[in-house]
Design a protein around this ligand. Structure first.
Ligand SMILES: Nc1ncnc2c1ncn2[C@@H]1O[C@H](COP(=O)(O)OP(=O)(O)OP(=O)(O)O)[C@@H](O)[C@H]1O
Length: 346
């Protein structure tokens, strides 16, 4: 297995504040990894250590088999790493051509090369003479990417590059960027606090929490088998119920539910995603009352208070419902569980 990046035992503090603690992970060559976590958990710090803008207090960073931090220290300009920041950080008074050309050796700064780089990020070469403030936010981010691509990096680091863009532009720019990087075969790490963005952009997702990596896995693993309840709740909507687990079954307010127990038995909690809970057409299943309805256009989020069954506490669950007829608070419904939940200790 060849790794574009290997990080081991990485520690970083600023003053007395410990920001990263024993961070370790590997990134396969040619892959796309998203690092996701709440604001302030240390994502940007990790990226800046990999880029070489900061030195770690302890630990080893290896890029393409070469140690760049540890026994050796290789500064940012001698690492084959591209970096695109949240605001693009373009030079405001320079033209697009000058901004992109900054990433090229002087003799390679030809009009043809700049046009080729702009074309890679789906920008017409006629933009070359504009200044950044004459471009939209999405276009500015694509120029920043072109500038980073000019250096032909082995590893591209994207630090929330889409977060300043509005929803439509954001999805479109994300698709263009993902496409460019995949075509160029560049190993990419994206930092984001947007969970759907992490799940859709990357083939591996690393969830960060308070300076540690809580879990690294495929988007599907992270969503359907999160390591603990906080990770489950961070990465998507989660319904978490008290349960009693025996074998691979959990008895909870939603009845007898199949679970992945992971060795958890007895008093426990069970986690389901809202789309695993279905309102039945004929009222069959566990009975409950709709308590609130959040209308979101193509879907509705229903809050349902379940009837109390013997020995089971009454609980409220959130159910996602697509394009079906509206339900209103007070209506009685039957609900059932689809698929398998995940059990966690108390
Ligand atoms: N140069 C610095 N000096 C002192 N503290 C810093 C420095 N850089 C970052 N920090 C602190 O480290 C913590 C982690 O910051 P970091 O930017 O890595 O988080 P993040 O997960 O990227 O957050 P966000 O999603 O909000 O960008 C924050 O509390 C921040 O204030």
């Amino acid at each position: 297995m060849t790794y574009a990046l290997e990080v081991k035992g990485l520690d970083k503090s600023f003053g007395s504040a410990s920001i990263l603690r024993r961070v370790a992970f590997s990134v396969e060559t040619g892959s796309t990894t998203a690092i996701v976590g709440p604001s302030g958990c240390g994502k940007t710090t990790l990226l800046r250590l990999v880029a070489g803008f900061e030195r770690p207090d302890a630990g080893i960073i290896t890029l393409g088999g070469r140690v760049v931090a540890g026994k050796e220290w290789i500064p940012a300009h001698r690492r084959s790493v591209g970096y695109v920041a949240q605001d693009g950080a373009l030079f405001p008074h320079a033209t697009v051509a000058a901004n992109v050309g900054f990433g090229l050796p002087r003799r390679a700064r030809t009009r043809a090369k700049i046009a080729e780089l702009l074309e890679m990020v789906s920008l017409d070469s006629s933009y070359a003479s504009r200044r950044p403030d004459q471009l939209s936010g999405g276009q500015q981010q694509r120029v920043a990417l072109a500038r980073a691509l000019a250096r032909e990096p082995e590893l591209m680091l994207l630090d929330e590059p889409f977060s300043a863009l509005d929803a439509g532009l954001r999805a479109n720019t994300r698709r263009i960027v993902a496409d460019v990087l995949a075509k160029a075969g560049i190993t990419t790490i994206l930092v984001t606090h947007d969970q759907p963005e992490a799940l859709s952009f990357a083939d591996r997702v690393a969830v960060m929490s308070e300076g540690r990596l809580a879990q690294v896995g495929t988007p599907r693993e992270i969503y359907s088998a999160p390591i603990d309840v906080p990770t489950a709740e961070f990465i998507g909507d989660a319904v978490v119920l008290s349960a009693h687990v025996e074998g691979e079954r959990a008895r909870c307010a939603l009845g007898d539910v199949a679970v992945t127990a992971n060795g958890v038995q007895g008093e426990a909690r069970v986690m389901l995603r809202p789309e695993q809970i279905e309102v039945t057409a004929d009222g069959a299943g566990v009975a409950g009352t709709v308590v609130d309805v959040e209308y979101l256009g193509s879907e509705m989020l229903l809050g349902i208070r379940l009837d109390t069954a013997d020995g089971v506490v009454s609980e409220r669950v959130t159910v996602r419902r697509f394009g079906a007829t509206a339900l209103t608070p007070g209506e009685r419904v039957g609900i059932r569980v689809l698929g398998t939940g995940v059990a966690y200790g108390r």
